[in-house]
Design a protein around this ligand. Structure first.
Ligand code: FE2
Length: 375
């Protein structure tokens, strides 16, 4: 690799990413949403910020499982930006925060290449050191925070968080979720190329895969999708709606959420049957799979050793690509508005996203959409 090329690479924000730091949800009631994610998804609360820790304007719960870190925040005053966000969008993911080696450098590289600054670099200081943070905008009102922990010794999320009197971990079978696999955003029709350009040319991500609306369509609904990634750990598919016979599920999201935003967060497990058994026992509701799905899947996965009875019992989907195969399942939306849902995924060599399952998935989503009278 030539020296000028390497210099160019280092100047991109993507070259400074070390992985996901946390995903922050802005919700109407952080206490109950945190309780829901703990009891049904098996997260543990590891830190809290609010009036008891000297934070007056919001309540935030840090939830962890494996390497996954979610933060659930709610406003404590009417003029809070969290309250405005919830009024517009309902509950949703506001911040896709990345751990970086240098937040100032990542921010200035992003902004000089055309990113929208949301908050210029700032420092949070406590007895555990200095945390450097900076924020840029992405689709809709969603942001990326660059988080630089190199001078922060603590394990707390950031100064202002405490670990006293945390909500106790509810009883339930272990779920075993390990890491964030990918985070999917929905953008308006005609804007997919702009956002792929943003991630590729402004942030330095690489396009990984593209699915045209001809590849992702059912009788009723259509969308196009491009996957971008940082080349290491951060994988972000982006969807836009296309014109189908009926309203695209992406269009339904855009109307319900009142704009672009995060559609689903995929969480990786090493044993999807055990994870989905535990989640179902804890009360997670999953999208239902059409009866005919497994006849078709057994043909598609011919020659692959799989626990078909368990997959069929739990409604787990299967797909293969040249690298291997993957198992996945999608929850129903976890927000009141039909917006955010989770995916549980186990990869056995496959690097795709279940393209072979798109049709089966969309038909399942459309049955739910029809029940809401939106198809
Ligand atoms: Fe996904």
């Amino acid at each position: 690799m030539s020296a000028p090329h390497m210099t160019a690479e280092v100047d991109t924000p993507a070259a400074r990413l070390l992985g996901w730091d946390c995903l922050e949800l802005w919700v109407g009631n952080a206490r109950t949403t945190a309780g829901f994610l703990m009891s049904v998804f098996g997260f543990a609360c590891t830190a809290y910020a609010g009036p008891e820790t000297g934070v007056r304007h919001k309540a935030s719960y840090v939830l962890e499982q494996g390497e996954i870190r979610l933060v659930v925040s709610a406003a404590l005053e009417a003029q809070s930006p969290i309250a405005a966000h919830v009024r517009t969008h309902g509950d949703g993911v506001h911040d896709l925060a990345w751990l970086v080696d240098d937040a100032r450098a990542a921010f200035s590289a992003a902004v000089s290449r055309g990113a929208r600054p949301v908050r210029h670099p700032w420092e949070e200081v406590d007895d555990q050191g200095v945390l450097v943070l900076a924020q840029i905008g992405t689709y809709g009102e969603t942001v990326h925070t660059f988080v630089d922990r190199t001078r922060y010794r603590g394990t707390r999320l950031e100064p202002g968080y405490g670990t006293d009197h945390l909500p106790p971990t509810p009883v339930g079978p272990p779920v075993g979720l390990k890491a964030v696999d990918h985070v999917v955003g929905n953008v308006e029709q005609g804007r997919l190329d702009d956002w792929v350009h943003f991630y590729a040319h402004v942030l330095g991500f690489s396009p990984m895969l593209h699915f045209s609306e001809d590849q992702i369509s059912t009788e009723y609904s259509a969308l196009a999708s491009t996957v971008v990634w940082d080349g290491k750990r951060v994988v972000m598919p982006i969807n836009e709606p296309a014109i189908g016979r009926r309203k695209s599920q992406i269009q339904e999201y855009l109307e319900a959420y009142d704009g672009p935003g995060v559609q689903h967060v995929a969480l990786r497990t090493d044993d999807i049957v055990a994870s989905v058994d535990a989640l179902a026992a804890r009360g997670v509701r999953f999208m239902e799979v059409p009866d005919t799905y497994y006849d078709e899947a057994r043909q598609r996965l011919e020659g692959v050793e799989l626990p078909w009875a368990d997959l069929e019992r739990l409604g787990i989907l299967v797909d293969r690509d040249p690298g291997g195969h993957l198992l996945q399942i999608f929850t129903e939306t976890v927000t009141d508005r039909p917006a955010l849902f989770f995916e549980i995924i186990e990869r056995r060599g496959a690097t795709g996203f279940g393209e072979g399952n798109f049709k089966a998935l969309f038909e399942a989503i459309e049955r739910d959409q029809a029940r809401r009278g939106n198809l």
